[in-house]
Design a binder for this molecule. Sequence first.
Ligand SMILES: NC(=O)c1ccc[n+]([C@@H]2O[C@H](COP(=O)([O-])OP(=O)(O)OC[C@H]3O[C@@H](n4cnc5c(N)ncnc54)[C@H](OP(=O)(O)O)[C@@H]3O)[C@@H](O)[C@H]2O)c1
Length: 330
Amino acid sequence: MTYLPGENRYQGMLYNRCGRSGVQLPAISLGLWHNFGGIDIYENSRSMVLRAFDLGITHFDLANNYGPPSGSAEQTFGRILRDDLKAYRDELIISTKAGYYMWPGPYGDGGSRKYLLASLDQSLRRMGLEYVDIFYSHRYDPKTPIEETMAALDQAVKQGKALYAGISSYDVEETAKAASILRNMGTSCLIHQPKYNMLERWIEDGLQDLLEQEGVGSIVFCPLAQGLLTNRYLKGIPGDSRAARTGGFLKANDVTQDLVEKLNELGAIALDRGQSLAQMAVAWVLRGGKVTSALIGASKTSQIEDNVRALANLQFSDEELARIDGILLG
Ligand SMILES: NC(=O)c1ccc[n+]([C@@H]2O[C@H](COP(=O)([O-])OP(=O)(O)OC[C@H]3O[C@@H](n4cnc5c(N)ncnc54)[C@H](OP(=O)(O)O)[C@@H]3O)[C@@H](O)[C@H]2O)c1
């Protein structure tokens, strides 16, 4: 059936400026790491992307290797673009990345110019796009001079194959170097994509201050710790959950008794705030306005709807923050 986006799609979303750039990103973006691959049900993947767009989520995050199999999430997204979202390309921010293993031999992994630029061409073909909005170095490669990796991002932008450059999971020192090299080439670093959630807070230790100084935005991945920071695992491991699937990074034995007790305590705070645990986890990464966007994943449209409702309460009292810290750090 022909898709027509919701007319009110821009009314319920919050848009945050990405660093010192002209771009605004939705406070909640959707990532296609899991549940959009060739092994997944196309109709469900399509429904999630379209529901997200209806809710004002204008940013979709991909990478060359998302699937499985690798590349297939970009194919799925390309099909949705072609069939449903073609007319709305200019309302979308689409990102992709290269940096992890993608093809055999010496040129399908890492941070070389050879790999990044060939991979970007492949991503554009899979998605049927002329350009992506953001092209990322997916991870720092210590074996490639950082100048070469940044020159590849700069070239992608200057060729018009990407509008902006980004880096993912670079530490503080690597980020400072990357931002300075890019600036000297005349292509500023738009955005950093680090992991951040209530259970993993490393970016508070210097990275956030650096990004602020440099005018670089941030989009944080795994704000729900892959689903741990939700009600998903409070009563065991559901058969349709990520922890029950084989081959992923979240393992059943990550769901420890100790963690479940803490999640229940966090759930009580969420309840007091009128939120689900997932909503509180999303609100928590966005608190104080330091993070541009929370990059969620989902396996069902209802999860996206639940998470977007987090925007109704992004304020935390000092007491709530102290209670959360007491549970997780105390
Ligand atoms: N740059 C990088 O190196 C990197 C690495 C990882 C991820 N990422 C990006 O970040 C995106 C998000 O990562 P992620 O999927 O791990 O994020 P996440 O938001 O932490 O976890 C998503 C999972 O949480 C569960 N979930 C979501 N909303 C829920 C709700 N309201 N109630 C109950 N459960 C809920 C679902 O699990 P079930 O599937 O069990 O239902 C969903 O698949 C990726 O798609 C990718 O774009 C980037």
